[in-house]
Write a protein that binds this ligand. Structure first.
Ligand SMILES: Nc1nc2c([nH]c(=O)n2[C@H]2C[C@H](O)[C@@H](COP(=O)(O)OP(=O)(O)OP(=O)(O)O)O2)c(=O)[nH]1
Length: 158
């Protein structure tokens, strides 16, 4: 006689941009050491769509809208000797709601596509030095004057 299997409902969401796919490296727990899409257990009373969006945000910080989700599959995984069956709801999305994350090397930052003031204070940010600064802009792209001062205590009166 086969033992009754407990069902564990999981989500798996892949964020895609053109020909590129965002993956995460699982550092701990189930699937440790594997690259994968983002997902996890569906909580009691939660829809699989809500769980897919929540898990993506918890694991990557990326927020996508409910309407951008495309459900592609429901898969079941059984492992010999396990009394649990995995039910995986597979989704894909092509849209980031507001910010599209991307890693840059600190020596290769895209300053020409960043705010004009950033190149002035990034050296301090990268060195993790505290500073106060003020920038005056002629227009959105042009700084007319600025100062930057390294400080020990950001709460001290300036
Ligand atoms: N690509 C791929 N993903 C899989 C397979 N099997 C499997 O569970 N997954 C995915 C589904 C889930 O997104 C994830 C497993 O969820 P999990 O149990 O590790 O959840 P979690 O650590 O995030 O836990 P929690 O946040 O929900 O507490 O791995 C598989 O065979 N292929």
């Amino acid at each position: 006689m086969t033992a009754e299997l407990t069902r564990r409902v999981l989500t798996l969401l892949f964020v895609r941009e053109g020909d590129r796919l965002l993956l995460g490296y699982k550092k701990n727990g189930f699937g440790k050491g594997k690259w994968n899409g983002f997902g996890g257990k569906v909580k009691d009373g939660e829809t699989v769509e809500a769980a897919a969006i929540r898990e993506l945000e918890e694991e990557s910080g990326v927020i996508v809208s409910y309407t951008s989700l495309k459900k592609l599959a429901k898969m079941e995984m059984e492992f010999e000797g396990w009394n649990e069956l995995l039910e995986i709801h597979l989704f894909t999305t092509h849209t980031f709601c507001e910010m599209r994350p991307k890693w840059f090397h600190i020596t290769d930052l895209p300053f020409s596509e960043m705010w004009a003031d950033d190149s002035h204070w990034f050296p301090f940010l990268l060195a993790e030095k505290k500073f106060i600064a003020k920038f005056q802009f002629r227009d959105m792209e042009t700084i007319s004057s600025f100062f930057i001062k390294l400080v020990d205590d950001l709460n001290a009166p300036s």
